[in-house]
Design a protein. Structure first.
Length: 312
């Protein structure tokens, strides 16, 4: 399984970072929620407060804490001096100037199911996506596939339909979805990209929990794109994670060799204490933050699985 912080130091090297936090199992009390609400920027706290469900508010908060921990721990920028903003597509970026030390440093987060995950790189473009295999909220699996038909190529659907049982087909569906989302997020285009422009050859067919794979390849507009590699891992028996790694043209020869030879980083599962170890409050405590959070419903009673997401 994924490595926990007790087995390995949580302080990453600058080569790459892979972190996961099990936000689904996190049940913050009043003191904990009021603390974390003080440790993110006011506009992000307000954004998190707008979520209708506890599940989504926790996941969004975990994502913001992961980003701030990354920057504080790896770039040595004090927590209370970190300034984050969002692109027009909603992707978070660091405002602080690190162009002289790490000009290509970038990161990406995703949350779905039980986990929030983060991937960061010094040189590569990076996108990460996590998908949980679960039954559609209503209707059959085959009806769900019919609705989603335009999201995959004929060859990808053939691979999905040949996977075995309906549940195994659904599992392969979410694996392909995570791969596509990871690429879209790495290039920063958001929702609206024609997913049929990209076609994956998922390899191997079976993935073992906790093992990292990098055999999957991608076609872009019908041609194999050697500028991208994809790391895949199952955090458990139902959570797929895909990490897209790309490089710019001017660095292609050097980074292509590095990408081929590099040893993929394992995902380290952080505890809540790990998540806030570097945290410093940015604003005074506001008791209404807990009142708002505590009044939310945990999750929708019944909902069709939502794959129309791009969590930056």
């Amino acid at each position: 399984p994924a490595v926990t912080c007790s087995a390995r130091s949580c302080r990453p090297t600058m080569a790459s970072v892979r972190w996961a936090f099990r936000c689904g199992a996190w049940s913050p009390g009043r003191a904990e929620w009021l603390l974390v609400a003080r440790c993110v920027q006011p506009e992000e706290k307000a954004r998190i407060g707008q979520f209708v469900f506890v599940r989504d508010a926790k996941a969004a908060m975990a994502g913001r804490l992961l980003i701030r921990k990354l920057i504080a721990d790896t770039l040595q920028i004090p927590w209370n001096e970190i300034v984050l903003q969002r692109t027009s597509k909603g992707k978070p970026f660091l405002v602080n100037d690190i162009s002289k030390t790490y000009p290509n440093f970038n990161f990406n987060i995703s949350h779905q199911g039980e986990y929030a995950v983060l991937a960061a790189e010094v040189e590569f473009q990076v996108g990460v996506d996590i998908m949980k295999t679960e039954l559609p909220g209503s209707g059959s699996i085959q009806e769900f596939f019919r609705i989603m038909k335009r999201q995959f190529t004929d060859k990808e659907w053939e691979s999905i339909k040949c996977a075995g049982s309906e549940w195994t087909q659904l599992d392969m569906f979410y694996r392909y979805w995570a791969l596509k989302e990871s690429f879209i997020k790495a290039i920063g285009v958001g929702i609206g990209f024609n997913l049929q422009r990209i076609e994956f050859n998922a390899s191997p067919v079976q993935l073992e929990v906790g093992k990292i794979y990098k055999e999957t390849s991608m076609l872009l507009d019908g041609d194999e794109d050697e500028g991208w590699t994809f790391e895949e891992i199952m955090l458990d028996d139902c959570h797929h994670v895909a990490v897209a790694l790309g490089f710019t043209q001017q660095h292609s020869e050097l980074l292509s060799a590095e990408s081929t030879n590099r040893i993929p980083s394992e995902f380290i599962v952080l505890t809540f204490d790990d998540l806030v170890a570097s945290a410093v409050p940015l604003v005074p405590e506001d008791p209404t933050d807990w009142d708002s959070f505590n009044s939310k419903q945990e999750a929708p009673v019944r909902q069709r699985t939502n794959t129309n997401k791009t969590t930056f």
